[in-house]
Design a protein around this ligand. Structure first.
Ligand SMILES: [Zn+2]
Length: 385
């Protein structure tokens, strides 16, 4: 009985009315998993499997099918049936009459097409998905859906621009983007939220450009009080990634306490020197928006000098962030007896849009366009499709 109800529910969603016939938009190939001997997929809707670019379906599967895919030599085996591997892989798509297709892998649902490939003798699963559908599985993971609509719209445009600008990131592996935080966390259609989808639809096809080209739309959780110049984080000066003021300063305070011994050992690792026992730490006091010889103009740490019994070592703020596992490089550092206390603000690299900052500006009545033009300087908003 339960099974029948489920099947009916699926049938309904498979043929659900889809508002406008989709206009052209870029399709992204998102790598979901690689290195598998067997791939297990579920297909809630009626589906078809194609061998490579063949226009004729090799298999048609009823709604509710479960697939077990393996491969050997020049063929795939799908539920015991051999299918050709032309080198292009297998494409699992909606049957023509199905309007609201998803496939299920690892308890997650994905819109678009499932592509199965062989790489280095193992199976890889790739989701070919329209950019706007991809974003619906990304934005709710990046920003809480109950945040102001203008902040969600700003996040949507930044995430869309970031995805399209980084399309070639995994080209060598046979797809555009991975589904983890390395690119952007993408969890498919089960995480979709109405408010986030609405923000994505309201900014449909909109991207950020500088001199006519897509920008690298970096974003982070919270700047702490001021964002950062790109060259201070990764050496390259980008005219649109400049340090800009926030509505609120000294936000998201954090604290980390370490032993002097551990800090001396990590400072030694960062500078390839043995400084012996830690005696003193040299770092000026943080004033957000004020630079100094050891701080950038936003106040982030350029370098800290550790003075030990055997010598001194200078370690950059960025290196310290990863060595000590700090949330940001906007911090003060003090030594007291055998303890080192690091107290800082913000979360993330500080480049481009600050999510908490965007929320604050939205609450002040700023539009998503104002927010984006604040965090990305000298840019234009363009409708790409
Ligand atoms: Zn990636």
């Amino acid at each position: 009985m339960k099974k029948t109800v489920l099947a009916l529910a699926c049938l309904f969603s498979c043929v659900a009315f889809s508002p406008a016939e989709a206009a052209w938009q870029p399709q992204l190939a998102v790598g979901l998993v690689a290195g598998q001997e067997v791939l297990a997929l579920k297909l809630p809707c009626k589906s078809q499997i194609f061998e490579g670019n063949s226009p004729k379906a090799a298999l048609t599967l009823p709604a509710g099918s479960q697939l077990s895919i393996t491969h050997g030599g020049s063929h795939f085996t799908v539920n015991g049936k051999k299918l050709n591997n032309s080198g292009e892989g297998l494409f699992i798509k909606a049957a023509p009459e199905v309007k609201n297709f998803v496939f299920t892998w690892s308890q997650k649902d994905f819109r678009g097409i499932a592509k199965v490939m062989v790489r280095h003798g193992k199976l890889a699963l790739i989701n070919m998905v329209d950019t706007e559908d991809y974003l619906k599985g990304v934005v709710p993971e990046e920003m809480p859906h109950d945040w102001p609509a203008e902040a969600l719209k700003a996040q949507s445009v930044a995430a869309r621009t970031y995805a399209l600008e980084n399309r070639k990131r995994h080209e060598g592996e046979g797809f555009d983007l991975c589904a983890t935080t390395h690119c952007q966390q993408y969890l498919g259609s089960k995480v979709e939220k109405a408010a986030a989808s609405k923000a994505i639809e309201a900014t449909y096809g909109e991207v950020l450009t500088y001199q006519g080209k897509l920008i690298n739309a970096f974003f982070h959780t919270d700047s702490g009080g001021m964002t950062e110049d790109s060259e201070n984080v990764w050496g390259t000066k980008l005219p649109y990634l400049r340090a800009v003021e926030e509505k609120a300063k000294y936000t998201q305070p954090w604290k980390k306490v370490l032993t002097a011994e551990r800090v001396a050992s990590l400072a030694g690792k960062g500078s390839h020197k043995d400084i012996g026992d830690l005696k003193r730490i040299e770092l000026s006091t943080l004033k957000i928006g004020q630079g100094s010889n050891d701080r950038t103009s936003s106040g982030r740490v350029k370098q800290v000098v550790f003075v030990g019994s055997k010598g001194r070592a200078a370690v950059s703020g960025n290196d310290l962030r990863s060595l000590l596992g700090l949330r940001s490089t906007m911090f003060n550092m003090k030594m007291d007896h055998k303890q080192v206390t690091v107290e800082g603000y913000g979360w993330g690299h500080g480049l481009g849009l600050s999510q908490w900052g965007a929320r604050k500006w939205a609450e002040e009545g700023k539009s998503y366009r104002d927010i984006l033009k604040h965090y990305y300087q000298h840019i234009a908003l363009k409708k790409l499709y």
